[in-house]
Design a protein around this ligand. Structure first.
Ligand code: FE2
Ligand code: FE2
Length: 294
């Protein structure tokens, strides 16, 4: 015979609670039932707490999103300011470079062409667009130190005396000291270029006689570009050379220019892209001459 009554719908203990005739079992059932009721209450409380927590998390998440949005806005504004500042530095560089060109025989065209050759070379050896553009902006400052060299020496028609030449050789260090101490990446690069654009791969350059990799790549690139443009341009001591003669001199050498002066990797790249150097020379020179006529 079963301990449960056949019909528990009318249990005095309430619906769903079977009524049994055995008092011990009935007692246990009652105990289990109250336990389950307590669990149910606890579960409800817990669910309510969880729901509250979820709401808080959603609110915090929304706040964080709002903060992130504000932060992004401030970051973008800061970035814009930095770009404007870098742009201002770049313009200052160009203007200072234009000032320095009045000190010697080099022209504004030289400065502009140098930027283009240097960027082209940097891209050719695998630099990204951003650093290549930075070199484009920094290269014109290479001779800014000439501001500190007396006009009588820079403008001298004949050959320089030994001590005059020693003074000219100070222009990289002078330029570097003019550009020193800035936190701008552009001015730091400009300083590096100013200091090392007369160093030579074989160690025969100045001011420090650095050799090979000791010379920053920026300086090596600008040195090659500067040399190409100097050979193409007329100077008091030489006529302007054709593109072909300039390439021959750089790739095979003469008593003044030696292939060993240049970084071999850059010289190899120059073999590939020398035609573009020629195009830059012609285009910028024509543009400058056109402006001079206006
Ligand atoms: Fe120089
Ligand atoms: Fe130059």
């Amino acid at each position: 015979m079963s301990c449960f009554d056949s019909n528990d719908a009318g249990s005095p203990l309430g619906p769903g609670i079977p009524h049994v005739s055995n008092p011990n079992i009935q007692h246990q059932l009652n105990a289990v039932n109250s336990q389950l009721s307590r669990y149910a209450v606890d579960l409800k409380t817990m669910l309510r707490r969880e729901a509250k927590k979820t709401k808080q998390v959603i609110r915090v998440n929304q706040q964080l999103k709002a903060y992130a949005h504000d932060l992004k806005k401030s970051y973008d504004a800061e970035q814009r300011k930095n770009q404007e500042l870098e742009q201002a530095y770049a313009e200052t560089i160009v203007r200072l470079s234009l000032a320095s060109r009045y000190k010697d025989e080099e022209t504004g065209g030289h400065i502009e062409r140098l930027s283009h050759y240097s960027k082209k070379m940097a891209l050719c050896i695998g630099w990204g667009e951003e650093p290549a553009c930075q070199l484009f902006a920094a290269a014109p400052m290479h001779d800014v130190g000439k501001i500190g060299i007396p006009d009588a020496i820079l403008g001298k028609k004949g050959p320089l005396e030994e001590e005059e030449w020693e003074m000219v050789k100070q222009h990289p260090a002078l330029g570097a000291s003019l550009l020193m101490g800035s936190s701008s990446p552009l001015l730091k690069m400009a300083r590096e270029v100013a200091l090392t654009h007369h160093e030579r791969w074989d160690g025969s350059g100045y001011p420090h006689g650095l050799k090979g990799d000791q010379i920053p790549l920026t300086g090596r690139i600008v040195m090659l570009a500067d040399h190409y443009d100097a050979l193409r341009s007329q100077r008091p001591y030489k006529p302007s050379f054709s593109h072909k003669k300039t390439c021959d001199l750089m790739l095979t050498g003469n008593d003044r220019t030696k292939p060993s002066h240049f970084d071999p990797q850059l010289l190899a790249a120059f073999r590939e892209i020398h035609g573009e150097f020629d195009m830059i020379f012609s285009r910028v020179t024509e543009e400058i001459n056109g402006l001079d006529v206006l």
